[in-house]
Design a protein around this ligand. Structure first.
Ligand code: SF4
Length: 85
């Protein structure tokens, strides 16, 4: 029988980031500021202008969702991916 697993992926596209650091303030467990002064995900990955975080701990999701809502430039997004096993 086929089963599926779900991945929750958070992304910051810093292309339009104005470095207000609201995301770092509200999701300080997950977001920090890098040497280039743009935010990045602690334990995440960096691909060009994108910062990616896959399956953060459940306890951090609320703060991350608040960071999405609070970003004035709509840089942060969340997507759910289903993978068939
Ligand atoms: S809240 Fe948005 S605009 Fe502000 S630093 Fe974070 S990603 Fe950049």
């Amino acid at each position: 029988m086929a089963s599926s697993s779900t991945s929750t992926v958070y992304s910051i596209d810093v292309t339009n980031c104005i470095k207000c650091y609201n995301c770092q303030r509200v999701a300080y467990h997950s977001v920090d500021v890098y040497d280039d002064e743009f935010p990045y995900f602690i334990n995440g990955s960096v691909y060009s202008n994108y910062r990616i975080l896959i399956n953060p701990p459940q306890g951090y999701l609320e703060d991350l969702d608040e960071a999405i809502a609070g970003c004035p430039m709509e840089c942060i997004s969340k997507s759910i991916h289903q993978k068939r096993k």
